[in-house]
Design a protein around this ligand. Sequence first.
Ligand SMILES: Nc1nc2c(ncn2[C@@H]2O[C@H](COP(=O)(O)OP(=O)(O)OP(=O)(O)O)[C@@H](O)[C@H]2O)c(=O)[nH]1
Ligand SMILES: [Zn+2]
Length: 357
Amino acid sequence: MELLATYGWNSHFAQHLGADDGIPVRVISEQRGLYRAVSASGELPVELSGRLRFEAAGPRELPAVGDWLAVRLSTDGRMGLAARVLPRTSVIARGAAGRPSQEQILAANVDTAFVVTTADRDFNPRRLERYLSVIWSGGARPVLLLNKIDLHPDRAGLMAQAGLAFPGVDIHALSALHGRGLDPLREYLKPARTSVLLGSSGVGKSTLLNRLIGQDLQRLGDVRASDQRGRHTTSSRQMFLLPNGGLLIDTPGLRELRLGDAAPGLSRTFADIESLSARCRFRDCRHTDEPGCAVLEALREGLLARSHYDNYIKLLKEQEYQRRREDPAMKANAKRRWKSVHKDLRFIKKLKRGEER
Ligand SMILES: Nc1nc2c(ncn2[C@@H]2O[C@H](COP(=O)(O)OP(=O)(O)OP(=O)(O)O)[C@@H](O)[C@H]2O)c(=O)[nH]1
Ligand SMILES: [Zn+2]
């Protein structure tokens, strides 16, 4: 059980493992449907049972890195056959608004999601807010990392700006390249806690990962279950055991997120606006030009940052747009509306022609 605890096994998962479910393993890498996982006695390849594969209602129900699975071992003990994904505590999910079952799970059972950005050109509050929404709504905790602070002369100013843009979010400035400002990250990377690295290309995720892994990447899991011979699979590995016991997931697919149906998270990121909106005159107020809008009033009085408000409105619009695109009833409606508009146009043209005659 020791190795399992190292990889985050706890009573939550234990209570969901049935008596004849087989053994628990945690997925540490996935490549084109091939899984590697860690069991109580080491690392092993895992295949999905036909039942798991065919009964899955959508990609959301298939295993992802970080998942705990109930597996049966092959007779020689070298392979696992996964029968079930144990209930997740959180997910980092991608895409497919309005169709939760079509969402792709990029990582599961994540405690902390580090959103890495840089102090300079990559600092884009709108995109960052989108990341935060996806993370909140998946049940993980976002932490914002402002990397390459060595290139930024005004550290205090940047931190103040970021603090205003993201109220209620932990923010840390650091330099992965020079190994500065990393100490506060220990708080999140405690033993058996799982984190992921998110952020656009070039912000320094690999540099940070290498820093955190240090020279002595532990290879506890890289031992074949069958013969205990050391087997290093770092190239395909996507979950890393850090020297201090924290677990860090870094997968290529995770690096760019698309906005999914992130409504619950949206209200966390914009908790201040949501609580203001409780005082709007109209319950379905869109906070753009309605009379008696408490959000617009706060904006006028300078109690709400303009950029924060703008991002909120943009994100709402984007969600509305995605919902419209996905929802068949809305699609049909839009078609009907256009048809009647065209009819009206034809009618008007006819009238005009009549007038000309
Ligand atoms: N000045 C400075 N440069 C950094 C820092 N961290 C990373 N870099 C540089 O930024 C460049 C990109 O870093 P990577 O770690 O490859 O970025 P990444 O986010 O992993 O990029 P992808 O692999 O494309 O997703 C490299 O040239 C790094 O040396 C930093 O703290 N300060
Ligand atoms: Zn309003």
